[in-house]
Design a protein around this ligand. Sequence first.
Ligand code: HEM
Length: 515
Amino acid sequence: MAFLHLGVMELTTASQGLQVLVLGAGVFIVITIFRYFLTWYRLRHVPGPFLNSLTTLIQLKKVFDGEYHLYLNGLAQKYGPLVRIGPNEVMFSDPDTLRRCSAVRYEYSRGPFFEALRASPNKDHVFSTRDENFHKELRGKMGPGYAGQENGGFERSLDKIIHALIDLIERKYISTDTEYRPIEFSDRASYFTLDVISEIAYGEPFGFLKNDQDMFGYLEQSHKALPFMIVLGTLPGLSNWKDMWPLSLLMPSEKDKFGMGYMLGFATKFIDKRLAPDAKPGRDIIQSFINHGLPRDQLVQEITLQILAGSDTTATAIRMTLLYLIATPPALRRLVREIDDAIAEGKISSDKIITTAQANALPFLQAVVREGLRIFPPATGLVGKEVPKGSGDTVHRYYLPPGTIVGQNIWGICRSKDIFGDDANQFRPERWLTNDEDNLRAMADAQELVFGYGKYQCLGKQLVRMELGKVFVELLRRYDFSVVEATKPVSLRNAATWVTKDLWLKITRRTAGGV
Ligand code: HEM
């Protein structure tokens, strides 16, 4: 009997346990639905596709489709200046709102997307941190290094790598009437920028150009890692998970023999050598960071970030501007004429790499650089900022409660007909030579936003300008370029950043005006 009684008691306890469990699950589901509803309700007045207001998965699909920039711009054209693109995300398409979100005085902060940019689990660099005070402190310490102060500037380093690029072309890729030697220029542009960054950071290039090879499988691995990064960047709630076990195992490690992990390991060894008690101080960007008090671990993160932030973006600017030039003969002819005339008049030395001061004095070259960055912004992500705590904000007459993520449609800004005229979709550097000061100011103010603005503005902007000013002159004074396959000159995918492949070019030596 006692045995039976015990059995009944156990059954009762088990069914009570089950009831508590079911009740708990029920409460959890109700709270989740309620919170979900509240999130949806907060932004119900902002126009946008209904499905987007329910889930971020729609965006995720569009990112994987590879034309995210066109999708976002299409939404802007359909729904207006402010569109709801996710449950807690809106997107704007005008310069004023972009400036507002990044200006010091408006106290917006970074949204969760930025955490996806971490190179190591739980370690932030200046581009990933969401702690506004830490971000400000880092920018203060690194600003002089990025500006090239204290290390004699970037001129010599850039010239060295431009020589390496020319040397590679001369060794392997000059076609003639009798020899056909096409070059896949997309990767070579990345090799160039990766060597620039390593030369500037470590005083030695990685050797991509010298070896004409994807060193440590860096490009291959970053292309493979892209889907993972896309998911993390688009579903920001997941960003923190990747820093936890077991997902943290997928993150680059200093022990890796290839890819970003190898770069991390390389940076660590380099910094340890530099910080050793008997080490001689260098004259480079890292020494500037050290002099301004950046500790060892932070140095490793920042130096790795330079590669992440500065290589593919600048390579996109180089490869796509060159492609637009090839496809626009009047602009190409005018640029080549400007270069040839400058050489003939002694404004550019005939046997040395053009200096930045000389490049800055060539108006059409500067117009080409601006136009290339405008027509094809290298970084097209939303880089969403968060509406400050307190009373929220009002954008385009829509109230946005605190915590709303506000993303930018930089593609739309750069292709705006209101700002750039009816031919905004055409590559036309001549637009920058207008005498209309007001129009020029408005265009320049909008185009500059490809580098962000204010407290978040790109720290590599000055270096990029120098690279672009030099590289086009040094290529075009020597060579003619043509595409190999006119019906599909390049393979492009946009996933907030660009994945570019198969830009096959034929390079021939110029017969006149070269050095
Ligand atoms: C054409 C090339 C480039 C473009 C278009 C570009 C664009 C951008 C953009 C849009 C941002 C983010 C702004 C925001 O959050 O609102 C950014 C941030 C940043 N970029 Fe660049 N970038 C380029 C090249 C470089 C290079 C060469 C470097 C370094 C060597 C670099 C270093 C950085 C850093 C460190 C940040 C973070 C700034 C901060 O957190 O305050 N970038 N860049």
